[in-house]
Design a protein around this ligand. Structure first.
Ligand code: AMP
Length: 186
């Protein structure tokens, strides 16, 4: 089974993806984590994307599609992928459908975590204090949210048209949200 966890930054995608990994043995494919690992390693790709992540805007479709392509076999071997933070543009969503199709696979469900904007801003303030992630600072977060609304939210009709979209209330305790996600995957 392949799942897309969908929602704005700080909606809880990473947290919920990790729970699904624990409980279902699937593999989390987070393009944000992959890009941060490239930056931390000082690779050429890391150098290329560092300022883009710091600005809160999107790296090119080609870069993230290549990262996903390189990690897909690992996820398939584990029984499926949880896409976290990917796709973020229509071009990425179309490329993912093609890529999976060429491997006789597909996206089974897209789970949208719905969290109101006030709660998102509160969460991000806490995460910024706890983890010190530079792009969680209030200014950059505002930009990331704007990018989500402009470039990523338009994917919702794409997945709705495929009959794959499930809306889940992302507010409240982590375990409660996890239970709702299990319901959406059943
Ligand atoms: P995230 O950890 O998912 O919030 O991603 C952090 C940053 O990595 C984003 O603000 C983008 O700069 C970049 N990024 C992650 N995933 C993607 C993607 N699918 N497409 C373009 N940029 C991405």
């Amino acid at each position: 089974m392949n799942i897309v966890l969908f929602g704005p930054p700080a909606a809880g995608k990473g947290t919920q993806a990790k729970l699904l990994v624990e409980r279902r043995g699937m593999v989390q494919l987070s393009t944000g984590d992959m890009l941060r690992a490239e930056i931390a390693s000082g690779s050429d790709l890391g150098k290329k994307v560092k300022d883009i992540l710091a600005a809160g805007i999107l790296v090119s479709d080609e870069i993230v599609i290549d990262l996903i392509t390189a990690n897909l076999a690992r996820a398939e071997a584990a029984g499926g992928a949880i896409f976290d933070g990917f796709p973020r543009t229509l071009a990425q969503a179309e490329a993912l459908d093609k890529l999976l199709g060429s491997r006789s696979s597909l996206i089974d469900r897209v789970v949208r975590l719905k969290v109101d904007e006030k709660a998102l801003v509160e969460r991000i303030e806490k995460r910024f204090q706890d983890q010190g992630r530079a792009d969680d600072n209030p200014e950059t977060y505002k930009e990331r949210l704007a990018v989500y609304n402009a470039q990523t939210a338009p994917l919702l009709p794409y997945y709705a048209a495929q009959g794959k979209l499930r809306e889940v209330d992302g507010m409240g305790p982590v375990e409660d949200v996890a239970t709702r996600i299990e319901g959406a995957l059943a």
